[in-house]
Design a protein around this ligand. Sequence first.
Ligand code: UD1
Ligand code: UDP
Length: 372
Amino acid sequence: MKVMSIFGTRPEAIKMCPLVKELEAAEGIESVVCLTGQHREMLQQVIDIFGTKVAYNLDIMKPRQTLTTITSSILEKIEPVLIEEKPDIVLVHGDTTTSFVVALAAFYQQIPVGHVEAGLRTFDKYSPFPEEMNRNLTGKLADLHFSPTENNKNNLKREAITENVFVTGNTVIDAFKTTVRPDYVFKDKDLDAVDLKNHRCILMTAHRRENLGEPLEHICKAVKRLVEKYEDIEVVYPVHLNPAVQEVAHRVLDGTDRVHLVKPLDVEDMHNLMDRSFLVMTDSGGLQEEAPACGVPVLVLRTETERPEAVEAGTVKVVGVDEDVIFEEAVRLLEDESEYNKMARAVNPYGDGHASERIVEHLRSWYEQKNN
Ligand code: UD1
Ligand code: UDP
C-alpha cells in the first residue's frame, strides 16, 4: 500500500511526523511525504527535529499570502505529483487550506483520502476562519476519518458521516511524549534571559486570521498591563512570522520589561517551555491540547473552541478577545491560588500517545478489505 502524507504548515507537521515515522516502520507500506510549503521556516523547523524524509515540496509560500493564492497554487502544483505517484491513499491533517485543497485535488484524481484529526467543529462557519469550513469540506471529501475523541466522532455523525470513522486519540500526544524531558536544556539563546526559577512564566501565542488587527492589539495590551502589575511574571511570546502579527506584537510590546518577543521556537524548546510555564494564553488549537497534558492552565484568546474536552475538564477557559476580560481572567489566576489549583491539573483527553499506531492499523484493515 502506498500512503502519501501531504501537509504544509507547522501544526500539521507536528501532528503528522509521528504518524509518518510509524508508516515508515510498517511492513508492507510505502510512505511518501509531500509538503505543500504553505509555511516555510516554521515548517522546516519541525521536519528537521523529526528527521522526516521529504520526497516533494511544492514550496508555494509567499509573504502575506491570501486564501485564494494558497488555494490556487496548491491545486495546480499538486496535480502532477498525484498523477506521478498514484498513491493508494492520501492522508491530510486537520483544518488548514492545505488540508482542504489537497483533499479536493485527490478527489479529482479519484484517490481515497484519509483525514487525520477529523470531526472538530465549532459549528460557526466564520470562526475560526477559514478553518471551520476547511475541516467541514475535508470531512465531506474524506473516505477515512481518524477522530481524536468520541465527541469528534459524534460531530461527524451529526453530518451523517458514519462510515470508516475511527477514534484514535490525537497524534499530538505521540509527539509530545518524545519532546518533553525533565533535564532538557533550551537551544534558543533568547530563552536564557527568562528567569524560570524565580518568576512565573506566561507562555503566549496569537496568530489566528480572525484575531489580526484590533483583537490582537487588545490581547497585547492586556499582556502589557499584566507585566506592569506583577513584577514576578515574565511573558514569552514566540511571534508567528506573519508580518501582520509581527507588526502589532512589536509595536505594542517592544521595550516592555519582562516581555520576551522571540522567534518561533522549535517544537522541543516549545514543549519544554510549556511544561515549565505557570500559564498559557493562546489562540492556537494545538496548545489547547498540549498544555492540559502537562498541567498548565490555558486561557483561550478566542470566542469559541472546537476543543471542548479540556474546557469540560476545567483546565482550559475560553475568555475571548476583550482587553479588560483577558486582563481580569489572568489576574484571577495570578492572585487566587485555589482558582489556579483548580485549573492546574494534568488532564489529557486526547489520547495515550499511540494514535499513530492505531491509524496505521486502520489503514491496513481498510486496504485489505478493499482488495479482497
Ligand atoms: C495557517 C493556517 C492556520 C494554522 C496556522 C498555523 C490556513 C488558512 N491557515 O495560518 O489554520 O493555525 O497556519 O500556524 O491554512 N510565514 C512565514 N514563514 C513561515 C510561515 C508563515 O513567513 O514559515 C508568513 C508569510 O508571510 C505568510 C503568512 O505568514 O504569508 C501567513 O501564513 P499562512 O499559512 O497564510 O497563515 P497562518 O496564519 O500561518
Ligand atoms: N509551536 C512551536 N513553536 C512556536 C509556537 C508553537 O513549536 O513558537 C507549536 C505548538 O507547541 C503546537 C503547534 O506549534 O504544537 C501549534 O501551532 P500553531 O499555533 O501555529 O497552529 P494551530 O495549532 O493554531 O493550528
